[in-house]
Design a binder for this molecule. Structure first.
Ligand SMILES: NC(=O)c1ccc[n+]([C@@H]2O[C@H](COP(=O)([O-])OP(=O)(O)OC[C@H]3O[C@@H](n4cnc5c(N)ncnc54)[C@H](O)[C@@H]3O)[C@@H](O)[C@H]2O)c1
Length: 352
C-alpha cells in the first residue's frame, strides 16, 4: 500500500493506492462518511461489473446510499446530464454535509467533481478512480469540468476531493484500448520527470504489467502531486503535464475525436515534438527513438497522420498552453527532464 498526501494552501487530502483496496472500500469510506447521505455516481459499464459488490460493501456504511448510473462515454460530461444530476441530488435531499462518490473513469470523476463544486456552492466528494487515466491523472489535482458543444472542458472549476482511493487491480477489467490510453499518460510522466519509471516500463515484460501496476500508479501520482503542489492553478510548471498534448489535441480534434483516442493523440504528439526538438539540437539524440520504442511496446501509435499544414496550425491555435501571441511547448532535454519552451505562435510551423 502506498499513501500520498496532497498539501495545498487551502486543502490537504490523501491518496491511497493499494491492490485489492476495493475489497475493503467500505472501511476506507467510513473514515469520512459517518451517517451522512451518500450519492455514488458511476456509469453503466462499471455498474455491470462492480455494481453488486459495491452495493454489498456500501450496505455496511451506516448511511443512506443512492446510486446514479449514467451512460458510459464522453457525452455524459454535458450540461444536460449535469442538470439531471442536480435534480436527483435535490430529490434525495442531499445537503452540504452529505457526500458524492465518483466511482469511474475520468468522465465520471470530472462530472462528479464539478457537480460537487457547484451544488449548494460546494459539497464534499471522494474519488474512486477506475480507469488508468483516472488513477494516474484526472482524479488528482482538482480539475473538474463538463464539455460544451463548442469544446471539451470549457466549463469547470478547481475543486479537490476529500480523498482518492485507488485499486490498481480494477484495471484488469479495463478494455485494452483504454489501458493503452492511460499508458500514454504513464509514459508521459516518465518522459518529463522520471527516468527510473521510463526504464521500468522499458524493461518489464508486458505480460507482467498488472503485477507492476501498484508501483507504476504510485510513481505517477507522486509526480502529479509534486507538480500540482508547485503550481495548483496551471500557470507554470503544471504545463509540463501537457507534454505531447499540443499536437495530440490537434490530431484528436481534426479527426473529430473519432479516429484517435486521447492517449493515441498524445503518443503521436510526444514522439513528433521530440523528433523535431532533437533535430533543432534542443533534445539529447536518440530520445525520440526510445520514446517510439516504448510507445510501440504499449500498443500506441507514433506515425503522424496526413494533415494539411493549415488545418494543423488552426487546430493548434486555441491551445490551452497559448498566452496571447506566445505558445508554450513542452519539450524534453532528455528522458526524465521536461521543460517549457515558449515560442512565437508564428514559429509553430517549424515544429510541424
Ligand atoms: N480532471 C483532469 O485533470 C483530467 C485529466 C485528464 C483527462 N480528463 C478527462 O478524463 C476523461 C477521460 O477519462 P477516461 O479515459 O477514464 O474515460 P471514461 O471515464 O470514459 O472511461 C473509459 C471507459 O472505460 C470504462 N471503465 C472505466 N474503468 C473501468 C474498469 N475498471 N473496468 C472496466 N471498464 C472501465 C468506462 O466505463 C468507459 O467506457 C475525459 O473527459 C478527459 O477530459 C480529466
Amino acid at each position: 500500500m502506498y499513501t500520498l498526501n496532497i498539501n495545498l494552501p487551502d486543502k490537504s487530502y490523501p491518496i491511497i493506492i493499494e491492490k485489492d483496496l476495493f475489497n475493503s472500500i467500505d472501511t476506507f469510506l467510513s473514515q469520512y462518511i459517518k451517517g451522512n447521505k451518500v450519492v455514488v455516481l458511476t456509469d453503466e459499464n462499471l455498474s455491470n461489473i462492480y455494481g453488486k459488490k459495491l452495493q454489498n460493501k456500501l450496505n455496511n456504511l451506516n448511511s443512506e446510499v443512492y446510486y446514479i448510473v449514467l451512460k458510459a462515454g464522453e457525452e455524459t460530461k454535458s450540461l444536460s446530464v449535469l442538470e439531471k444530476v442536480y435534480s436527483e441530488l435535490l430529490s434525495f435531499g442531499i445537503t452540504k454535509s452529505d457526500y458524492l462518490i465518483a466511482f469511474g473513469g475520468g468522465v465520471i470523476g470530472d462530472l462528479t467533481g464539478f457537480a460537487a463544486a457547484t451544488y449548494l456552492r460546494g459539497i464534499p466528494f471522494i474519488q474512486v478512480p477506475t480507469s488508468l487515466l483516472a488513477q494516474v491523472d484526472s482524479s488528482i489535482g482538482g480539475k473538474t469540468a463538463v464539455n460544451l458543444p463548442q469544446g471539451k472542458n470549457l466549463i469547470g472549476s478547481f475543486y479537490h476531493p476529500e480523498a482518492v482511493f485507488i485499486d490498481p487491480q480494477m484495471l484488469s477489467t479495463l478494455h485494452p484500448r483504454y489501458l493503452a490510453d492511460g499508458m500514454a499518460e504513464v509514459i508521459k510522466y516518465g518522459c518529463i520527470k522520471d527516468t527510473e519509471l521510463f526504464e521500468i516500463l522499458e524493461n518489464i515484460d508486458i505480460t507482467d504489467l498488472m503485477q507492476h501496476m501498484e508501483k507504476i500508479v504510485y510513481k505517477c501520482c507522486n509526480i502529479k502531486k509534486s507538480i500540482v503542489e508547485e503550481d495548483e492553478k496551471d500557470d507554470g510548471s503544471r504545463m509540463l503535464l501537457n507534454f505531447g498534448h499540443t499536437f495530440g489535441h490537434a490530431i484528436e480534434k481534426i479527426f473529430c475525436y473519432e479516429k484517435y483516442t486521447h492517449g493515441e493523440g498524445v503518443a503521436i504528439g510526444m514522439h513528433h515534438i521530440t523528433k523535431k526538438s532533437e533535430e533543432m539540437g534542443l533534445t539529447e539524440i536518440n530520445t525520440s527513438e526510445r520514446i517510439k520504442g516504448l510507445l510501440g511496446k504499449y500498443n500506441l501509435p507514433v506515425s503522424f497522420p496526413h494533415i494539411d499544414e493549415k488545418s494543423l496550425l488552426d487546430a493548434v491555435a486555441p491551445d490551452k498552453k497559448s498566452r496571447g501571441r506566445m505558445l508554450n511547448l513542452i519539450l524534453l532535454k532528455k528522458i526524465g527532464s521536461g521543460f517549457i519552451h515558449t515560442i512565437d505562435k508564428n514559429d509553430t510551423i517549424n515544429y510541424i
